[in-house]
Design a protein around this ligand. Structure first.
Ligand code: SF4
Length: 210
């Protein structure tokens, strides 16, 4: 795929959705961090249901620490892997209080040092909470980048690095959300909706559906 096509793809996504954002509900960087940790192998809808119960009761590291492990679990037990996630969240809250004044740090290394936070989560926080032009490659972005030819790569990291290289600067901050939404609602894993796809004429995928 050439750069002209890439620019056209992002221009169409921007025209259709000028201010894309996450489907996770949050009002502060800390709430977003907790929502993203909870979202591993869970749907955004399921996470939103749980955080709608949790955040009115506790939406700061101090308040979640005060809930304790069992208290936290009662609010998130509808989410898969909630035992492990609850433990990671408590450890993360402790580090935030002890090392970051109760705030979510804006540096990648400090974010990735938090339990339950890997490169992908750090990218989401840097991008969505702090407006940095990072791209968090999840399963949707990995598929869309490879299928369309936008930024092929064998690993999520390879795709991330390629996207950062080839996405024009003006689209870089929002690229993450356009790609995820495209993968979630149009370029579906099993049967992509090529017939109604906004970028079908620009996409390199050989087996387009009617
Ligand atoms: S044309 Fe099909 S394969 Fe290509 S991006 Fe659209 S939905 Fe995905």
């Amino acid at each position: 795929m050439n750069n002209q096509k890439r620019r056209e793809i992002f221009t169409r996504w921007r025209d259709a959705n000028p201010e894309p954002t996450t489907e996770l509900d949050y009002t502060t960087p800390f709430e977003l961090l907790i929502a993203v940790i909870l979202s591993a192998q869970a749907t955004d809808k399921g996470v939103n249901k749980a955080t709608a119960r949790l955040f009115p009761v506790a939406n700061t590291p101090e308040a979640i620490l005060a809930l304790g492990l069992e208290g936290l679990k009662t609010h998130i037990r509808t989410i898969g892997l909630y035992n492990a996630k609850a433990e990671n969240i408590l450890k993360t809250c402790r580090i935030l209080v002890e090392q970051h004044g109760g705030q979510v740090p804006r540096e990648r290394a400090a974010l990735e040092a938090l339990p339950g936070v890997g490169r992908k989560t750090a990218n989401v926080i840097l991008n969505t909470a702090f407006g940095e032009p990072t791209i968090a490659v999840d399963t949707h972005i990995f598929r869309v980048a490879n299928r369309t030819g936008l930024a092929p790569g064998k690993t999520p990291l390879a795709v991330e690095q390629r996207l950062l290289k080839v996405v024009p600067a003006e689209f870089r901050r929002d690229a993450h959300h356009w790609l995820i939404l495209h993968g979630r609602y149009t370029c579906l894993a099993r049967s992509p909706r090529c017939g109604t796809c906004l970028i079908a004429d620009l996409c390199d995928y050989k087996d387009k559906t009617p």
